[in-house]
Design a protein. Sequence first.
Length: 458
Amino acid sequence: MVTEPLVGATQEFVLTPKLATSWNQTSPTTWEFKLRDDVKFHNGQPMTANEVKFTLDRTCKLNAASREMADYKSSRVIDDHTIEVTTNTNIPILPAILHYSNFGIIHPDSLNAQGNFSIPVGTGPMMYDSFDQQTRVFTVKKNPDYWAGTVKLDGVVFSSVPDHNSRTLAIEKGDIDFTVDLPYNEAERIDALPGITVEKYLTPRVYVLYVNFDRAPLQDIRLRQALSLAINRTDIVNHVLYGIGQPAKGFFLPSMSFGNKNLEQLPYDPVKAKALLAEMGYKDTNGDGIVEKDGQPLTINLITATNRPALSPMAETIGSDLKAIGIQSKVEVMASAAGNDRVSAGTYDLNLVANNIAMVPDPGYILPKWFKSTGDTNKGHYKNATLDAQIDDAMHTVDDKERLAKWNKVEADAYDLLPIIPVADYGVLIVKKDTVQGYKFDPTAHDYALDYEITITE
């Protein structure tokens, strides 16, 4: 709401103009972006290529991950409304990368006299008003000069309420007008309350199981296949997620233009799962329902965090599914920071997370992060030289159709190899008073966004 990127995206994650009206790759390492000429910052100053250069230079200087993702070298102002961006190597998806929120364009007035970030001075429909460090309450007010149209709300107050049940109580009592991610089992009850509406959408997150490849048994694809076959995804969606979401078919949402449309839901087949364990030498020799090998029971330690309402019950259900095929499961639910520590220490087997898959609307964003040996979210240390080579090839293929075909092959191969086990597409609950009008769900906003046309009626 406060800052905006150069490049937008449709609900199908197809790139569209935003602050840039067009872009063109002028050489393997240079791109030219044409800018809108009718945009003003919140301080009343016009947006020009100078502020775009300032933003790109600053972001890539301070944020190594953003710099490496864009492979940013420099930018050059050609005129007030044209900027040339230079990369170190050929990055065919640079426009998609510049959709990423880290590249939201700001004015230098965002910095204080010491050169440190102070307040966001952007171009969006809302402008900074206040932020309370103690309560974490963030207040924005209407931008009277918004380039895309008239902003209907006078302002918005964002309150941080991390606890899912507390958010439920707040919307019930009328303390708030709009919220997300209530406990899924409360959706039907809350929707039935007078004056409140609950809407369900798919958002670009996927519930997946990260696999720790430092644990020797999990290096055997048969065990990963058995784990996947044991999971009843349809049952999880219907009875744990209460129909909010859907079983995964690949690693992307069906609505995403770039996902592999030929992938089907992974099967539920506990009989075949047990057969794979037996093939590996695991048998229940003492009749306790748990399979063993060399006198040791097959135990899987599954961890997850409390930051998303469905993670804990999903983990417990998956633990029960594993026990049904003879695996002794130890499920642990903890705060996100503690989970991160466990992952860093490697003291886990599976980690259930709700992972964002499209902060950049291109398969070249998440697939290398997950499946390349050096991927920055490949915390399980999966290594596959063939997949590495496929990823490198796809990342530097210029032709759009050819590149998409290569990414579809990477996705299909990873779906077979299961370095990460997909479970379900993430469903988000949008809960709002009926007085909130004009809300349009934007899946590219990665949970929710409030655009300039939303309003409140009395």
